[in-house]
Design a protein around this ligand. Structure first.
Ligand SMILES: [Zn+2]
Ligand SMILES: [Zn+2]
Length: 348
């Protein structure tokens, strides 16, 4: 079968022929129907070096996957060949306290995971291939009626990651509240839809690109602001001087973190989901009182079930452009150049 492999750090991926996987006991092979191209893959190709993460190339890219059950290993029950499914992407040890409640991204025994601290497309083989080996059937989530693999694939990360981050702020997103989404890319545009579908907050989007602001408005943002020196003041003005109850920073660079802290409300949340690597000085006089600042990484398996429900009901619809596997490299190039709207989904 064909697979888009990352051969090493600081290298371009290559499409090569590899053996089709066969499932061992408890495992499942999925025929890929859609594999989302994530911005974090660009960091894997260009920025990471040995030691940055606890796993290493070579592996097949693609950590946002959905398709159809192709083959079941011995002992797997409750799934049928041909059934449409999503693949839960973060693969932990399966038995620690976190994994037991479906929070594999925060696995506390990563040495026992298929790829320590990673998953399919992140150290282990991912879904940018004709087939993907899923090492444990618990990572398979059946798709609800009305959701096909192409639409489901981006929901497993570009949907699940902002969903998890937003869900933990739900108690603060009451009527009269404001949520700000910084960075309207693959995660951000879905985050806007999730905020509109699950909360009463007014949604403000911030980006440096006009096209992204138009996408934000299509997704239901109440206000879309071009990022600049006065953006924090604009947000304060739009909120009667109070500031935003949730800042969802999908970039995570120094300037966006500073903007978030300047535009946040007291007792608000500043949640960093973008892996831009920035830092924010935090001290008694530098951020609003009781502002909670946190990073989040991906989401839980129960939350994926909830996101897929939002997708099946049309409440959350990632904007996606499909590409054949042969053009996956082109899709990544467009993503790097900033000419890609929403998500690229590779369809083998
Ligand atoms: Zn991702
Ligand atoms: Zn674990």
């Amino acid at each position: 079968m064909r697979a888009l492999r990352l051969p090493g750090w600081k290298s371009e991926p290559e499409l090569i022929e590899v053996d089709e996987p066969t499932p061992g006991p408890g495992q499942v092979v999925v025929k890929i129907g859609g594999a989302g191209a994530c911005h974090s893959d660009l960091h894997l190709m260009h920025d990471f070096e040995a030691g940055a993460v606890p796993w290493n190339p070579p592996f097949t890219l693609g950590h946002e996957n959905a398709g159809w059950v192709h083959a079941l290993g011995a002992g797997v029950t409750g799934l049928e060949v041909g059934q449409s499914v999503a693949v839960y992407g973060p693969w932990g040890c399966g038995t620690c306290a976190r994994c037991r409640v479906g929070v594999d991204p925060y696995c506390e025994n990563i040495a026992a995971a298929p790829a320590p601290g990673g998953g399919g497309g992140l150290g282990a083989d991912g879904g940018m291939a004709d087939y993907q080996l899923v090492p444990d059937a618990r990572h398979i989530v059946p798709l609800p009626d009305g959701l096909d693999p192409v639409r489901a694939a981006p929901l497993t990360d570009a949907g699940l990651t902002p969903y998890h981050a937003i869900r933990r702020s739900w108690p603060k997103l009451v009527p009269g509240s404001t949520a700000v989404v910084i960075g309207v890319g693959g995660l951000g545009h879905v985050g806007i839809q999730i905020l509109k579908a699950t909360t009463a907050a007014r949604v403000v989007a911030v980006d440096t690109r006009d096209a992204a602001l138009r996408l934000a408005e299509e997704c239901g943002a109440d206000l879309a602001l071009l990022s600049g020196a006065g953006t924090a003041d604009d947000i304060r003005r739009a909120t009667g001087g109070r500031g935003a109850d949730l800042i969802l920073d999908c970039v995570g660079a120094d300037p966006t973190l500073a903007l978030g802290a300047a535009a946040a409300r007291t007792v608000g949340d500043l949640t960093i989901v973008g892996i831009g690597g920035g830092t924010l000085p935090v001290g008694f006089f530098s951020v609003p009182y009781e502002l909670s600042i946190q990073t989040t990484y991906w989401g839980s398996r129960p939350e994926l079930v909830e996101v897929l429900d939002l997708g099946a009901r049309g409440l959350v619809r990632p904007k996606a452009t499909t590409y054949p596997l042969e053009e996956a490299v082109t899709a990544y190039r467009q993503m790097r150049d900033g000419t890609l709207d929403g998500r690229a989904v590779i369809v083998p």
